[in-house]
Structure formats: structure tokens, C-alpha cells
Design a protein around this ligand. Sequence first.
Ligand code: GRF
Length: 194
Amino acid sequence: MIKLSGFNKIKTSVFISGKGSNLKNLFKFSLKRKSPIEIVLVVSNNSKAKGLVFAKKKNVKNKVFNFINKKDAENEILKELEKEKVDLICLAGFMRVLSKTFIQKFKGKIINIHPSLLPKYKGLNTHLRAIKNKDKYSGCTVHFVNSKIDSGKIILQKKIRIKKKESPRSLSRRVLKEEHILYPKAIKKIFSNF
Ligand code: GRF
């Protein structure tokens, strides 16, 4: 648990690559008086990410970084994070793997949401894999990020039942709804004395 003393909200950066529904949801959450976070920077590796349109609309500082050279991109991001005094990074559909060096610099301050019941189905295509394996349950997990993919300490999980004849698409839609509830809950949990 991260202990806080003052009343200032935690300056948070959300990393995205695509649609940004979790970003939208975290933004809405951040505006609540009791939310421990404020979103000061949106980072994307993809200039076409729809989430960027949302960030612009809400006047949240947003920047695109080209990951062709990962080291350069990460160094640029670190500069930006320092400039904005960021203390928490929320990965929300960010499709690049951050380096060990980067993660080390933000140790214990990077969290991620993943659409499966970790440790099951790390990586991609989680819904398809769960359905193919005839699993009874799927869900989502918020966890701390360490240098191994989708392997850091779990903060919270939500389990839902997989329906008969469920498609990966319908399961993804149902899990995403749960993600939008779980991510703010997990943030509240790690800053529970805020
Ligand atoms: C979510 O399912 C999240 O769990 C995964 O990527 C998806 C991102 O969706 N890591 P969105 O861009 O937040 O809508």
C-alpha cells in the first residue's frame, strides 16, 4: 500500500495505444472529489489512438512517442514524466513492453489492467484463449508492473462467468465493462489512506 500524507492528488499519466475507453473512465473518476488521482499526461505510441482525441477534447496534455527506437522513446517519456511530476503510471491498453530500466525508474508506481484472470492468459487474445479452453470464468486484473509481462503483484481481480455460446467479442465487451469498475477500485485500494 502506498501511504500518502498531503491532500494533493497523485499526478498520474495514462499510457494508451488505442480506443482509450479505460482512459475515459479513469478521467471521469479523476474528477471526483474523493479520487486520489489527477491525470496530467496521456502518453501514446500511436498517433491514431482514439484516446488522444478524447485527451485533446478534455485539454489533458498528450504526447505521441515513436517506439521505433524504444530507448529514445522511453528517455523522452521519462523527461516528460519528470516535467509533469508524475507519480503514478496507469497502463490502459498500452501495446508496447516497457524496458526493465524504465520500470526500475518507476518501481512500484506503474500499474496495468489486463483482460484475464491472471496468472492465466498473459499476453494477447485472452478472450479467445479462455473460450477455446472451455473455461467457466474469465475476468480482469489490475496489477503492479514488473519486468515480466503481466506478472507483477495483483491488486484486484474481477471474475465473471463465461456464457454458453459466448464469442470473444461479447466476452471482451462484458469484461471491459468490469474493467471500468475495477481500475478505479484498484487505484483507491493502493491509495486507501487518501
Ligand atoms: C483493455 O481490454 C485492457 O484490459 C487491455 O487493452 C484494452 C484497452 O481498451 N490491456 P481501451 O483502449 O481502454 O478501450
